[in-house]
Design a protein around this ligand. Structure first.
Ligand code: XUL
Ligand code: CO
Length: 444
């Protein structure tokens, strides 16, 4: 590994070194207060539990544009010409990853390499940039958590990609998925993501939803088969989102995607990548959608961000709410960890224009999840929380309750038991007791 603080000819984040752990007594904005990579929580280090990833698209490509105006951040790797920018950007990215001290990153094909309508040119661009990223991975020890293809920005995908009513567009989408899978394999990527950006509809009058969903399943199976044929051994993740950009998206939430995967026999190769802000857009909490995925054995990875309580859209803010991170880590720890990781699919606000803000935002997210990990671990292993939950269901552990749970009592048997036993005694749900315990452990 190189000891030089930057990779290429230029340092893009001068004045910022490796981010240290300084603890909660420090007021240094460029230091971790909780995330201490080698600190052990239970049997694993924080680094091993949390498996943080930086996303390429927001952090290095998104200068903060919104529907009312262009970007505000002046990225020093913008060179005015797409390929020169892509080459400078990869150096900036690996400098950032190394200084922040995360093990993983994630990308879309056209974050990494310039897009092109000409298929040959597109493939050439991606191969060139993947080779550069590979060199930098070997120099720094960085790893790719997952790759994906952007099948939603180009105007050709306005009516969807794999679910497009026009076969020509469906097959054009395969160019990108094939190339992105090849790049993921070349870079040792652990997994591959499908976020159904425009897989959905704007108007049901012109849409044959059943047919589009059948095409979607065929496309995913074809991608799976191609991935396996070129040596991809990881999981394919579907990332649910209910709306935006489409009025209705097919991968609405965890429950919808779990049903879809089972209906089409895809559940052995595919899992879910749950994004916090997507869960809240679907009317659930982050923790709810994680739990649904986990209960199906399908929780693979997380896009770690948050929405805004007053806005009904995908604000992709950095996760700083400790209640959310504790809730998420309770689900993750109970299932024994993630095969994927925690990818910061999040962007600093448009008004946050200093390059150091990119670091500060990630530090906040990493600290919030590290604290969530500590508190969730303590609640699960050193508090009465799990026992309380188990006690609530104790009537199913023995006797008639157990017989029912094991399928040995019919409806008439149940009714006869109730007739014999009389009105059930009241059993408090005791929500406030759990809420107070969580706060008590957060304050410790
Ligand atoms: C969009 C979103 C995507 C996916 C990858 O809302 O979350 O960035 O994570 O395509
Ligand atoms: Co995402």
């Amino acid at each position: 590994m190189s000891t030089q603080p930057f990779i290429g000819a230029q340092e893009y984040f001068p004045g910022i070194g490796a981010i240290p752990y300084e603890g909660t007594g420090s007021d240094n904005p460029l230091a971790f207060k909780v995330y201490d990579a080698q600190k052990r929580v239970g049997g694993r280090t924080m680094r091993e539990h949390l498996r943080f990833a930086v996303c390429y698209w927001h952090t290095f490509c998104n200068a903060g544009h919104d529907p009312f105006g262009p970007g505000t951040r002046r990225f020093p790797w913008e060179k005015g010409e797409p390929m020169a920018t892509a080459e400078a950007r990869v150096d900036a990215a690996f400098e950032f990853f190394t200084k922040l001290g995360v093990p993983y990153y994630c990308f879309h094909d056209i974050d990494l390499a310039p897009d092109a309508d000409d298929v040959g040119q597109y493939e050439k661009n991606l191969r060139h940039m993947a080779a550069m990223a590979g060199e930098r991975q070997r120099a720094t020890g960085m790893k790719l958590l997952w790759g994906t293809a952007n099948l939603f920005s180009h105007p050709r995908y306005m009516n969807g990609a794999a679910t497009n009513p026009d076969f020509a567009v469906v097959s054009r989408a395969a160019v990108q998925v094939k190339a992105a899978l090849e790049a993921t394999v070349e870079l040792g990527g652990e997994h591959y993501v499908f976020w159904g950006g425009r897989e959905g509809y704007a108007c049901l009058h012109n849409t044959d939803m059943k047919r589009e969903l059948e095409h979607f399943a065929r496309f995913l199976a074809a991608a799976r088969d191609y991935g396996r044929s070129i040596g991809f051994e990881g999981k394919f993740f579907i990332e649910p989102k209910p709306m935006e950009p489409m009025k209705h998206q097919y991968d609405f939430d965890s429950a919808t995607v779990a049903g879809f995967l089972h209906a089409h026999g895809l559940q052995d190769d595919f899992m879910l990548n749950i994004e916090a802000n997507h869960a809240t857009l679907s009317g659930h909490t982050f923790e709810h959608d994680l739990q649904v995925a986990s209960d199906h054995g399908l929780l693979g990875s997380i896009d770690a961000n948050r929405g805004n309580a007053q806005n009904g859209w995908d604000t992709d803010q950095f996760p700083t709410e400790l209640y959310d991170t504790v809730g998420a880590m309770l689900v993750v720890l109970r299932q024994g960890g993630l095969v994927g990781g925690l990818n910061f699919d999040a962007k600093p606000r448009r008004e946050s224009t200093d390059m150091e803000d990119l670091f500060i935002a990630h530090i906040g997210g990493m600290d919030a999840f590290a604290r969530g990990l500590e508190v969730a671990h303590a609640l699960l292993t050193a508090s009465p929380w799990e026992q309380w939950r188990r006690d609530r269901y104790a009537s199913f552990d023995t006797g008639d309750g157990k017989a029912f749970a094991e399928g040995r009592l019919g409806l008439a048997d149940l009714a006869a038991l109730a007739t014999k036993n009389g009105e059930p005694a009241q059993a408090s749900g005791k929500q406030e007791r759990y809420e107070n315990l969580l706060n008590q452990y957060l304050l410790r």
